[in-house]
Design a protein around this ligand. Sequence first.
Ligand code: FE2
Ligand code: FE2
Length: 272
Amino acid sequence: MSTNKVEVKYRCMHSSCCANCREGSIALNEDYLKDLAASSEKEFFKSPKGFCRLGFSQTFKIVAMKEAEEFDSQDLDFANPEEHPITLLMAEHKVILAKMEKVEDQLRIRDIDALWTACTELENDLILHSGIKEEEVLFPALQNLVTFGDALVSIIKEDHREVLSLLHNFRTALEDGEISDSIIISMIVSLRSHIRKENLEFFEIIGKCIDESHRVSILEGMKKAQENYVPIEAGDRQKIAEERKAAKAKRHFIDESINAFREVNSGTGCCH
Ligand SMILES: [Fe+2]
Ligand SMILES: [Fe+2]
């Protein structure tokens, strides 16, 4: 199979294409493009799976084509991670993986208070890294460069939601003194696979879209996000659980009082 990559500028032929994939460019392996060729007419091909935001395989017309610029993450300067958004995010992946290993150690020895603190730290790291630096800084900056599909960003965001909600649910169970192995194991598996996906696939795809001006502006955005982030405090686990229970009981009491009031006044004609 050929390893040559081509960058294709395309136009979607769907008459009522209303999504952002109407026009754009996509980098594809030459042989893969041949497989996607819609017919003997060389200027058309079927959009790759997941590329059309409407979820269908559409016919795309080739408007222009050139050899794709190769991006090799090996060329990045990993000794100075703060110099490029990708090396910065990859360095943060290492920190996140190390913190996750710490969580695994505490899980083995069933240290609930250490888990509480470590998971809060991990949640802070994930909110800042995935939710803010990736979703609020990196993705919008890449939006108009479109060498990759919005579908890919949707997959990444979906992963973020899944990992964060599992971690959050695990922490909520910890408040009640419960160590939910199934939830945290699902979170660990999802997070490892997500980081692998970004390091090996996603960053390779977006790497060649980041030119010098984008490199500088994305780094600036990430730096600002780091400075402005206010981390969640772990706090006293048992005290938080007691406060949550008290608030729940108070809500329950208010609801009961309202219901009792409604019952007393129903059928009396009282409208106050
Ligand atoms: Fe990431
Ligand atoms: Fe991510």
